[in-house]
Design a protein around this ligand. Structure first.
Ligand code: GLA
Length: 379
């Protein structure tokens, strides 16, 4: 879609600038960002595109050709509307609180990031809006600063208690690299990620993420409970990150069963993510795939955030020729899987998967071969 010509028809004249802001897929390190752990996402080619022109009246007018919906708000009066524009208002509110002089704008926004599928469509939109406001205000911020303000927008105005991974992935990923993010201090290491003989396939299960946000908040609370119990023996621990798998094993019998399982996932997944990065840096894709499988098993058995569909897709994937590993990605309870496979088998894999999944579940999965793309940028 040519957003410039949509802009011309809608608002007349030309936009001042355009920007792009990708979705992301997390390769490993799931449900650890809010425990100060390590995550390893890449940005993907599905993205939010936005073109923008300043207005003088302090209003934001946004048109979405995908929804055929134009929505607006005044910067002086931010109030939830229960619609997609709320993400833009959320970002405006946090920027205002931080003292940025905001200018209104009109813009056309379009996104091909599947909604509510665990590929961070909302973080992608938030970061796009933040970049637009900052550019209009002539203010420079680092990717980490942008990610933090967008996370705050989501936590406060939207009311979703997400961690920092999605916004950081959208803002800070680099082309041909996976982002090893230390969620404790937001240090990043760009890990080269150019697959030659292998490919990443992302599959959307098309299953609704029922109860996702309440179950997500419950998992967070269970982690906090686990930490406060474990501090009896490990008083210096500031988060589950500070507890090693061996330390946890010594105290497992003294924790309520569910809490012990949640903590076991977190400490195991943090260690596993670092092992997966070492495997990747050593070019050992077989081991990387094995870590993906272990991650899924832990999310299924210990953290209990998979679903019938996600388990079906990953079980099915592991039986196919050329597959090295497969796991759910994102918050879970529905959404997407990510599979590492020999490149020449990927297209056929997607075709057969769609068929077998439909027979098994009556749902229509979609699949994409994804490469590591760049983070959000003004073009
Ligand atoms: C969602 C949240 C992230 C992260 C993942 C699980 O995507 O927004 O912060 O917690 O779930 O890894």
């Amino acid at each position: 879609m040519n957003l410039q010509s949509v802009f011309q028809r809608r608002f007349g004249g030309e936009p001042e600038f355009s920007l792009r802001s990708p979705g992301r897929v997390n390769l490993i390190g799931e449900h650890v960002d809010y425990n100060d752990g390590f995550v390893l996402p890449i940005a993907i080619s599905m993205q939010t595109d936005l073109c923008v022109r300043a207005r003088q009246d302090g209003r934001v007018e946004l048109y979405s050709p995908v929804f055929d919906s134009q929505m607006s708000f005044s910067l002086d009066h931010l109030e939830k509307q229960g619609a997609w524009i709320d993400y833009a208002q959320a970002v405006a509110q946090v920027l205002e609180q931080e003292g940025t002089e905001l200018r209104g704008f009109e813009g056309v926004v379009s996104s091909d990031v599947p909604l509510a599928s665990g590929l961070s469509s909302s973080a992608s939109f938030e970061v796009a809006v933040a970049l637009a406001f900052l550019r209009l205000a002539n203010v420079e911020k680092t990717p980490a600063e942008i990610a933090l303000l967008c996370q705050k927008a989501e936590n406060t105005f939207i009311g979703v208690q997400c961690g920092i991974m999605d916004q950081m992935a959208v803002a800070a990923c680099a082309k041909d690299h996976a982002l090893l993010l230390d969620c404790r201090d937001l240090n990043v290491r760009q890990v080269p990620f150019v697959l030659q003989e292998h490919a990443l396939v992302v599959v959307d299960s098309a299953a609704p993420r029922e109860l996702a946000s309440s179950a997500y908040n419950e998992r967070r609370a269970q982690c906090e409970q686990g930490l406060s119990l474990l501090r009896k023996w490990y008083p210096d621990a500031k988060s589950l990150r500070d507890i090693s798998p061996d330390q946890l094993a010594m105290r497992t019998n003294e924790l309520p069963e569910t809490i012990a399982k949640r903590a076991a996932h977190v400490v195991g997944e943090i260690a596993r993510t670092l092992e997966a990065v070492s495997a990747l840096e050593a070019g050992d894709m077989t081991k990387f795939g094995r870590k993906m499988n272990e991650s899924h098993a832990s999310l299924r058995d210990l953290y209990e955030v998979t679903s019938l569909e996600l388990d079906f897709l990953t079980d099915w994937a592991r039986k196919q020729p050329g597959v090295l590993g497969s796991r759910m990605t994102g918050a879970g309870f529905g959404g997407c899987t990510v599979t590492l496979i020999e490149r020449d088998k990927a297209e056929d894999f997607i075709k057969r998967l769609k068929h077998d999944y439909q027979v098994a579940t009556d749902r229509h999965a979609r699949g994409w071969v994804c490469e590591a793309e760049a983070g959000a940028e003004v073009l």
